[in-house]
Design a protein around this ligand. Structure first.
Ligand SMILES: Cc1cc2nc3c(=O)[nH]c(=O)nc-3n(C[C@H](O)[C@H](O)[C@H](O)COP(=O)(O)O)c2cc1C
Length: 323
């Protein structure tokens, strides 16, 4: 059973800092994704009025209500920011998610993100404080553990649940693994067995078939997709089809470029000329595996304005033979 604003077996777009921007999240929703989150936002950055942190709180009407993801290690500050967000963005959001899985040294170095897996008691106090302050359900995203020796996801999930979390998402890798190796789905299954709140499985879902296997292997209540969605918002359609046992026709090269152009247009409407730079990484993902992609990437990275980028994509698309 999942939360009331989610369907029975939701497919969620994972938060990805620097990737899951507002236009992209909306595109994913249109292609079957059931729920989106903002990129992770520093509670401290928000408190000190950082423009970057506040900008990350913008959401699209096409994705609302969605989740906001906060990170930090001070229960009182996290609670204060959660209360502020609930008041200021009432009606736009459905959950406050707490990041306890980020492995980046600049985050763990401050004892935040996945470093909190080393301090379950403090993590519990953070969840409890945020749950008390927040008018919205609080969810927690974490990993298998901090390192090989400390795979404490099951205990950690129980702490989150007992502290008031309404749902958890578990990435089956340790902090030590970063994004290397294979995600351990057994640990997701173990967490599912250990708690009564919904458990969302995360890690290594790149196809519809992967989603079917993860559901069967873990008994999870929903699936969260991160890297599999980079340049591939179509994956949500693919997963939905696979879970329903329906056929799925992957997008043609032209359809992929059309989607990239739609993303570019929405990014430009949102960020103006800054979109030319913001879109570079996305475009590299959209064209991955297509003929001449490497040469196109070079030209994309040299383009300095949106019109030039659009022209490049149009030219490239029109040269793709119609099947
Ligand atoms: C570029 C990038 C940025 C990420 N940023 C976040 C983030 O802001 N918050 C978070 O909880 N996880 C973040 N993650 C982790 C993903 O949400 C996810 O847990 C992880 O990639 C495993 O899922 P996957 O195998 O489907 O990629 C990020 C991952 C990547 C690759």
């Amino acid at each position: 059973m999942t939360l009331p604003f989610l369907p029975t077996f939701p497919i969620l777009l994972a938060p990805m800092a620097g990737v899951t921007d507002l236009p992209y999240r909306a595109l994913c929703r249109e292609l079957g994704c059931d729920f989106t989150y903002t990129e992770m936002i520093s509670a401290k950055g928000l408190y000190y009025g950082g423009a970057g942190s506040a900008a990350l709180l913008q959401t699209s009407p096409l994705e609302r209500p969605c989740g906001v993801q906060l990170f930090g290690r001070e229960p009182a500050l996290m609670a204060q920011m959660a209360r502020h967000i609930c008041e200021r963005y009432a009606g736009e959001l459905a959950v406050i998610d707490i990041n306890m899985g980020c492995p980046a040294p600049k985050i763990t170095g401050n004892g935040e993100g996945s470093a909190l897996m080393l301090e379950p008691a403090l993590a519990g106090r953070i969840v409890a404080a945020v749950a008390k302050a927040s008018a919205l359900p609080v969810t927690v995203k974490f990993r298998k553990g901090y390192d090989g020796a400390r795979g404490n996801a099951v205990e950690f999930a129980k702490v989150a649940q007992d502290s008031g979390a309404a749902m958890v998402a578990v990435h089956g890798r340790t902090r030590e693994q970063m994004y290397q190796g294979k995600a351990d789905w057994d640990v997701i299954a173990a967490v599912k067995q250990a708690v009564h709140i919904p458990v969302i499985g995360n890690g290594d879902v790149f196809t519809g078939a992967d989603a079917v296997r993860m559901r069967a292997h873990t008994g999870c209540d929903g699936i969260m997709v991160a890297r599999g969605a980079q340049g591939n918002p179509f994956i949500f359609k693919e997963i939905k089809a696979a879970l329903a046992g329906e056929a799925y026709a992957p997008p043609t090269g032209r359809e992929r470029i059309d989607m990239a152009m739609e993303h570019l247009a929405r990014m430009a409407a949102w960020k103006g000329e800054r979109a030319a730079v913001e879109m570079r990484k996305h475009l590299a993902w959209y064209v991955k595996g297509l003929r001449g992609a490497a040469a196109l990437r070079v030209r994309v990275n040299q383009a300095t304005d949106v019109a030039a980028l659009k022209g490049l994509l149009e030219e490239y698309r029109d040269a793709i033979p119609v099947p």
